[in-house]
Write a protein that binds this ligand. Structure first.
Ligand code: ATP
Ligand code: SF4
Ligand code: MG
Length: 433
C-alpha cells in the first residue's frame, strides 16, 4: 500500500517558499532548411510557459507525446537552452547562464530519466557510477569516505546490503534495481529539485509502485521537490500535489491535482481524463480526442487544440487546413470513388493543407466551375452539420471564378485564473471563465 506523506498542499500559499519561478519560457528548436532556405522555421517545443514551484511540492507535467514535457523538464535543469523567457531558481536567473556558471548548480538540480539502463554507463561499476557526482563536484575527495557515502546512499534507496551491489555492473541488475541506482546517483550530492521523466514507465508493473513509494520516502526524508513528467494520469493523481496539463508546448491547465480530477476546466484535460482506462472495463477503447497531435513546427491558428476540440467555437482559430481535414474525414466515410470525383473539382488545393490561411480562394479544376466546389461544400455541410468546424465558417461564396471561404477571426487563449478557492487554478480556453 502506497503511503503519501503530508505535502506542500497543506501549507498555505503564504507559508510556501518559491523554489522555481518560470515566466514565458520558450524553447524553440530551429528546423534545418535546405541550401537556399536556411530559415526553415522552428519547432516550438515549449512556447510561453509560466508557473512557479514551491519547495516540497510535486508538480506533474502531463500530456500526450510531443507536448513538450521532456523539453520543459530538461530546460528547468539547464540541459536544454531556453530561447526566451526566464527560469529563476531561488531568485537566480538560470536561462542564458554559461555552462561554467551552471555547473555548480547542477548538484542541486538533478534528473532521473525514463530508461535506467541507458542512464548508466555499462562499463562503470555501481559504486563508481553512484559516487560520480561526489567526484565531479569535488565534494568527497577521499575514496574511502566516498565509498562509505555511496554505501549509505545505496542502502537508502533500498539496494541493501550495499556491499552486494557496489561492485556489480548495470547488466547484473534488474530494471527496478537499476532505477534505484540511478536515484542513488541523483540524490548523493544533496539536490533540492529532481525532475523525473517517466521514471517508472519502462519498469515491470510489479515494481512501479515500489519505485514511486521510494520517490515519496526520499522526498520526505531529504526535503526534495519534484517535477514528475508522465503520460500516465493515474500515477500523477497519486503522486502529484499539482498538475500542469501540456499541449503543443503550452500549459493549458494547471491546478491542484484533486481539483483537476474532480472538475477539469479545459476541454483537452476533460478528453485526457475521459481516456483513462477503466480497470472495471477491460478492453474498452480509449477515448482520446479525435485526430493526431498537430506538427509543432506549424501549429494551428488560434487555440492550437481547436482541430481536435469537440466544443470549439467561432473564435478558436479556424483555417484552410481544417477544411482539408474535414474533407479527408468525409472521404474516408464516403469511399474512394467519391474522393476521386470530388478532388477533381479542385485545381491546386494547396490552400487546404498550408498553415495559417483564413481566407481561401479555391480555384476550380479543369472543366469545373466554382459553383461545383460550393455545392460540394454544401453536401459535406449537410452530412457533418454537427462538426465544430462549421461554427468557424463566416462566408462561402463563388466570386471571380473561384470559391471563397472565409473563417471567423480567431485568437489564442492565454492562461487565466479561473478559480482561487483552495489554490489557484488556471486554464487557457475561450469558454472558461
Ligand atoms: N533536440 C530537439 N531538436 C528538435 N526538435 C526537438 C528536440 N527535442 C524535442 N523536439 C521536438 O519538440 C517537441 C516536444 O518534444 P518533447 O520530447 O519535449 O515532448 P514530450 O512531451 O516529452 O513527448 P513524449 O511524451 O513522447 O516523451 C516535439 O515536437 C519534438 O519532436
Ligand atoms: S479555446 Fe477552448 S473551446 Fe476553443 S478550441 Fe481551444 S479548448 Fe476548444
Ligand atoms: Mg518526453
Amino acid at each position: 500500500m502506497l503511503t503519501k506523506p503530508d505535502t506542500a498542499t497543506s501549507e498555505t500559499a503564504k507559508d510556501a517558499e518559491t523554489l522555481i519561478e518560470v515566466a514565458d519560457l520558450q524553447v524553440h528548436f530551429p528546423l534545418r532548411g535546405g541550401l537556399f532556405n536556411r530559415d526553415a522555421g522552428a519547432v516550438k517545443a515549449v512556447d510561453g510557459v509560466s508557473f512557479s514551484l514551491n519547495k516540497g511540492e510535486v508538480l506533474g507535467l502531463v500530456g500526450e507525446s510531443g507536448s513538450g514535457k521532456t523539453t520543459l523538464g530538461r530546460t528547468l535543469l539547464g540541459l536544454n537552452r531556453a530561447t526566451g523567457g526566464s527560469i529563476r531558481y531561488r531568485g537566480r536567473e538560470l536561462a542564458g547562464l554559461k555552462e561554467s556558471d551552471l555547473r555548480p548548480l547542477r548538484r542541486k538540480l538533478q534528473m532521473v530519466f525514463q530508461d535506467p539502463h541507458a542512464s548508466l554507463n555499462p562499463s562503470m561499476d555501481i559504486a563508481t557510477a553512484v559516487g560520480h557526482p561526489l567526484q565531479i563536484h569535488g565534494l568527497v575527495p577521499d575514496p574511502v569516505e566516498r565509498r562509505a557515502k555511496v554505501a549509505e546512499t545505496l542502502e537508502r534507496v533500498g539496494l541493501s546490503p550495499a556491499e552486494l551491489f557496489m561492485d556489480k555492473f548495470p547488466s547484473d541488475l534488474s530494471g527496478g534495481q537499476k532505477q534505484r541506482a540511478v536515484m542513488a546517483r541523483a540524490i548523493i550530492a544533496g539536490p533540492e529539485l529532481l525532475v523525473a521523466d517517466e521514471p517508472i514507465s519502462m519498469l515491470d508493473m510489479s515494481v512501479r509502485a515500489k519505485i514511486l513509494q521510494l520517490f515519496l520516502d526520499l522526498k520526505r526524508d531529504l526535503d526534495l521537490t519534484y517535477v514528475y513528467v508522465t503520460h500516465d494520469l493515474a500515477s500523477a493523481k497519486f503522486f502529484c500535489d499539482r498538475i500542469a496539463i501540456m499541449y503543443l508546448g503550452r500549459v493549458v491547465e494547471i491546478g491542484p491535482t484533486e481539483e483537476i480530477f474532480a472538475n477539469p476546466r479545459h476541454p483537452y484535460t476533460k478528453a485526457l481524463l475521459g481516456a483513462i482506462p477503466d480497470p472495471e472495463k477491460v478492453g474498452v477503447p480509449r477515448d482520446l480526442p479525435r485526430g493526431e497531435i498537430p506538427d509543432a513546427a506549424a501549429p494551428p491558428l488560434g487555440c492550437s487544440f481547436h482541430p481536435r476540440c469537440p466544443v470549439a467555437v467561432a473564435g478558436c482559430g479556424w483555417e484552410g487546413r481544417d477544411l482539408g481535414a474535414l474533407l479527408e474525414r468525409h472521404w474516408l466515410a464516403e469511399g474512394e470513388d467519391v474522393r476521386v470525383a470530388d478532388t477533381a473539382l479542385f485545381g491546386r488545393p494547396v490552400e487546404l493543407t498550408a498553415p495559417g490561411i483564413r481566407q481561401l480562394s479555391l480555384t476550380p479544376g479543369r472543366g469545373h466551375e466554382a459553383a461545383a466546389i460550393i455545392s460540394l461544400l454544401d453536401r459535406v455541410r449537410e452530412k457533418t452539420a454537427e462538426d465544430p468546424f462549421w461554427r468557424g465558417v463566416k462566408t462561402i461564396e463563388a466570386r471571380d471564378g473561384k470559391a471563397h471561404v472565409e473563417f471567423a477571426e480567431g485568437t489564442d487563449p492565454r492562461l487565466k485564473l479561473v478559480s482561487n478557492t483552495t489554490a489557484p487554478i488556471q486554464a487557457a480556453c475561450h469558454l472558461v471563465d
